[in-house]
Design a protein around this ligand. Structure first.
Ligand SMILES: [Zn+2]
Length: 173
């Protein structure tokens, strides 16, 4: 890890230090190291505090995904992260709202869309055509990258699959 190069991609003009290079769909900074994509905030944490303890994740106390300011990062458990998101009712408070804050996926909650859809020989394209749900939304759920799922999306999918909305989720093993 070239430390100097890493920090050269960070805008440190504000309180939150923002990653200026590539970002993941949820806003987290990303960089490629040896062919692997790493989260910038995790790299920042390790550069300053040392190795992230196994089974712990790096949380933002500022709720700002692209921020890599080590002072805004701390380690926590996955369930802590989920509780945190439920409590806030929205990622970074930006998506507050009763219709959006239904489903949180953060480590210990998994969306089973792919598993359930494949049983019925459905793919993202087909589901989109049948329900009118956008491909981006479906893709995030399919690959378990969604943090929030709107209630009407859940309802439409449950309808299509013939299940209860709650059955779209399971606790991660
Ligand atoms: Zn910050």
């Amino acid at each position: 890890m070239d430390e100097q190069r890493f920090w050269s991609k960070v805008d440190r003009s504000g309180d939150c230090w923002l990653w200026t290079a590539a970002r993941r769909p949820l806003g987290y900074g990303a960089l490629k190291v040896g062919g692997r994509v790493l989260h910038a905030h995790r790299v920042a944490y390790e550069l300053v505090y040392g190795k992230i303890p196994p089974d712990l994740i790096v949380l933002h106390i500022c709720d700002n995904p692209p921020c890599v300011n080590p002072a805004h990062l701390r380690v926590g458990t996955r369930s802590e992260n989920t509780r945190d998101m439920y409590a806030k009712g929205g990622h970074g408070g930006r998506q507050r709202g009763t219709r959006q804050a239904k489903a949180a996926r953060a480590g210990n909650v998994q969306i089973r869309l792919r598993e359930l859809a494949e049983i019925k020989r459905l793919n993202i394209g087909k589901i989109g055509r049948l329900t009118g749900i956008s491909e981006g939304t479906l893709r995030r759920m399919w690959y378990n990258e969604a943090i929030y799922v709107e209630l009407d999306v859940l309802d439409a999918l449950a309808d299509l699959l013939g299940i209860e909305p709650g059955e779209l989720f399971e606790r991660a093993r």
